[in-house]
Design a protein around this ligand. Sequence first.
Ligand SMILES: *[C@@H]1O[C@H](CO)[C@@H](O)[C@H](O)[C@H]1NC(C)=O
Length: 320
Amino acid sequence: MISLLKLLLTFAVFDVTFSSPVLQTLQAQKKRFSPPTESVIPLEHDETGKCIYVKSEEGIYLFSSPGSPQVCGLYVIADPQHSVHFTFHEFRVSCEKGGLLSVVDGWELNGQFFPGNEDHPKPPEKRFAEYCGENRPWSTISTSQNVGLLEFRLPAKGDGFTVSVTFSQNPKPCNAVLQQPSGVYTLRNYGQRVNCTMSIIFPETFQILASSVGRHSTPITGRTMDVETGIVKKCKKLGLEDYVEVRGGDGLDPSMMSVAEDFCGTDSVPGRSSVDVACGNSAVRLVSSGKFENSVTVSFDLLMDWGSPSLVCPTLLETP
Ligand SMILES: *[C@@H]1O[C@H](CO)[C@@H](O)[C@H](O)[C@H]1NC(C)=O
């Protein structure tokens, strides 16, 4: 499982877009869609017969079934501050022959979803839609975050689709899967009652650079004044509704990961201690009640020093 994720990520990072001019003949499709003018990127089964694709480039993707009953996936990942749009130009999916295509607002792998149920702005049943036959995805379908997925099973040879994948700026990015194993990232709630998670498919070490989560207010002469009180740990246990969790686990769903540490409070001085997550997946999750304007900025890097991690996933150590 972890090795599959690693494989996916390797593809995501080193995604090579190769365009075949031969396939540009597909512009015959018109109807209510504008004809594709860019070159078309074919999605083909690999040598081992697998059909899992991870793409981080906009483009027109073409899948034509070689006639195998496998479940395939087109995992799309954009920059964290972008959302993904799917527009179908061609759609040949025969219900009678067992064909089905579903568009997922997020990623799904081994039954686990990103974003998790408590983080996604939509209820679980509204996060994916299934299509076949005349029930086609007519209009553009957009995701709530930087990742989206087409899952499909097209057993009939020649069944297939062409889909435009485009990215656009997300005015309020909340959940995101990050492609790079190191960098700096800020999670915000924009004053809303939302939970936002940034997830990385690597073991990571995190440092809190700045935090303004929940507020410790001291009443002074009838007014309320904010004070920098520093970082407080175990805020969830203290009954506070706004806090940050650093998590780690084996799958995509942040709610199924273990908590390495949780904290809240206000601090603009980079913390001295790091939180080390020795797990295949690492995440930082900002839980917000909607009563505060929260933000947390963390720096993150691949975990190199395995000396005293805050959290260890036994399954990571088992993998050869
Ligand atoms: C955010 O997460 C908390 C704790 O996991 C949960 O109680 C709350 O309902 C979630 N908020 C939303 C908007 O789903």
